[in-house]
Design a protein around this ligand. Sequence first.
Ligand code: ZN
Length: 108
Amino acid sequence: MVQASERRGLAVEPREIKHEDDINLRITWADGRLCRYRAVDLRRACPCAQCVNEWTGERMLRPEAISDDVTISDISVVGRYALNFRWSDGHETGIYSFRYLRDLCEAT
Ligand SMILES: [Zn+2]
């Protein structure tokens, strides 16, 4: 579980979001950092209320419940602060804030 950080400003502002292919996402941040994400890792890190207990923060989603070949079907930008993914397994409720994405990148 990635703890919410205090990152702000350029570090959580994407300059470019590139859906390279079905399983690779690349984000270039305004501070120059390049982060690469694999679909399966992002899917397993889904922060939605089905995957994480809203009250305790406990991750309800078991990693092994997600197939290694899950792919990104679609990505949309939510407001100015987050991305929403539609996955090949039909899941689409996760809202990944830019801060969360940056934290995931720094945690690996
Ligand atoms: Zn989820």
